[in-house]
Write a protein that binds this ligand. Structure first.
Ligand SMILES: C[S@@+](CC[C@H](N)C(=O)[O-])C[C@H]1O[C@@H](n2cnc3c(N)ncnc32)[C@H](O)[C@@H]1O
Length: 407
């Protein structure tokens, strides 16, 4: 009897704990009534060319969406859906949990910016989403990494894909996040010297405007990038880095690796030698580590040059260091002070020393950050971060997976 009561009590408190736990993205967006993922679509042609290029690399040019049943999870305000619905799918279903997303999507549907024979808008937490319907294509962009339970979310989404259908998702690797992690550490000072969200936003925009300008694109407003990347309160337990290998491991039982952007896979196997549906999963796993380091800096040519055995070992060590840096970053953000900053910089320097000489530009940027961050913390008013500003990782990787045929 006692154990029954204790068990009941445990279930009750753990349910209560789950209810009180912050919902990644949704709680932050709802708190400030924002959806900071808008896209500049004034130049419709170039927006469509860009999205068509991306989706073609994923194996589905935009015209392939025509007459298909599409489901998109976490569509934000539906900016990207303007491209994926351009060739009039048979149906387009949106699932999102934030108020502002739903508001923006409703507006776009009313203004005929979304083009599908049937449009369905579902305001729901993805973790509570269930359907018997199977879709040709399921899309989830910018939503899986940073969840507390990314595997669980991905599994729920994967269940909606029909036999032979495609799932498109995005990932963050430890290397690709590194420049972002360094930038996020600037926020401690911004937080402690500005109390309101509006003032923090203003100060951050001033600081990061010149960083973003080095990217020479104007697709996303500075304000949105800052709100989403710098001021976003990721909880300590969120899985900030969730890379393509994590995604593949989660999906591999029922899916095979299809394509990605940037391109990772080189497959020169003659198709007549293929015996089962696990072929690309196997070769992806082999090639992953070779490609991973190139995500650290978008300025470097992404090439599959043959790496020496000891370089591979070095990359593994650097990846470990990157993960360690993310953890120290999480602690610094959680404590909202710079007590552990020297530990962060010490490990960053270690990583920098391991970077091969081909990464000269990255090394220069990291060195500059290591020298200038302490000056920034001490309120030095001089010109800071000149070489660091231009360093950006290939922050988000896109990949697609085909649901294995059940024949
Ligand atoms: C970073 S935004 C990405 C928006 C858009 N896909 C893009 O790439 O520009 C994440 C989106 O996922 C939604 N989202 C995150 N977690 C969710 C959840 N558990 N349930 C429903 N929606 C969620 C947010 O409301 C938001 O619209």
């Amino acid at each position: 009897m006692y154990s029954l009561v204790a068990n009941h009590f445990y279930l009750l408190t753990s349910n209560l704990k789950n209810c009180l736990m912050k919902k990644p993205f949704i709680d932050y967006y709802n708190k400030y009534n924002i959806i900071p993922t808008s896209q500049n679509v004034k130049n419709v042609k170039s927006f469509l060319y860009q999205r068509n290029h991306l989706y073609s690399n994923l194996g589905i040019p935009l015209s392939f969406f025509s007459n298909k049943n599409i489901i998109e999870f976490g569509p934000g305000g539906g900016w990207n859906a303007q491209a994926t619905s351009f060739f009039r799918p048979r149906s387009y279903t949106f699932v999102d949990g934030s108020e502002k997303s739903i508001y923006e999507l409703r507006k776009k549907i009313k203004n005929k910016k979304i083009n599908a024979k049937v449009i369905k808008l579902i305001k729901r937490n993805i973790f509570n989403f269930k359907t018997k319907k199977k879709y040709d294509i399921a899309i989830v962009e910018g939503t899986i990494p940073n969840q507390k339970y990314p595997n669980k979310m991905l599994k729920i989404i994967s269940k909606c894909v029909k036999n032979g259908g495609v799932l498109i998702t995005t990932t963050h690797s430890p290397f690709s996040l590194l420049s972002e992690v360094c930038r996020r550490l600037l926020r401690i000072k911004i937080y402690n010297s500005n109390i309101s969200f509006e003032n923090r936003l203003k100060t951050s925009c001033k600081i990061f405007k010149s960083h973003l300008a080095t990217l020479k694109t104007t697709t996303r407003p500075v304000k949105d990038w800052v709100s989403d990347v710098i001021l976003h309160d990721h909880s300590f337990e969120n899985k900030y880095d969730f890379d393509t290998l994590d995604t593949l491991k989660c999906l591999e039982k029922n899916f095979y690796f299809y394509n990605s952007h940037p391109k990772f896979l080189i497959d020169d196997t003659w198709h007549k030698h293929i015996k089962n549906q696990n072929h690309t999963n196997k070769i992806y796993k082999k090639q992953h580590i070779l490609n991973s380091l190139f995500l650290i800096d978008y300025r470097l040519e992404f090439k599959n040059f043959r790496l020496k055995k000891n370089t591979l070992k070095k990359i593994k060590n650097m990846e470990k260091l990157s993960r360690k840096l993310i953890i120290i970053h999480n602690k610094i953000i959680k404590d909202n002070n710079y007590k552990q900053i020297s530990e962060f910089l010490k490990n960053l320097e270690k990583l920098n020393n391991l970077l091969p000489n081909e990464f000269k530009q990255t090394k220069k940027s990291i060195k500059n950050y290591i020298v200038d961050l302490p000056k920034y913390i001490k309120n030095n008013k001089g010109k800071l971060f000149i070489d660091f500003k231009v360093w950006w990782g290939r922050g988000m990787q896109y990949s697609s997976y085909v649901k294995k045929l059940k024949i």
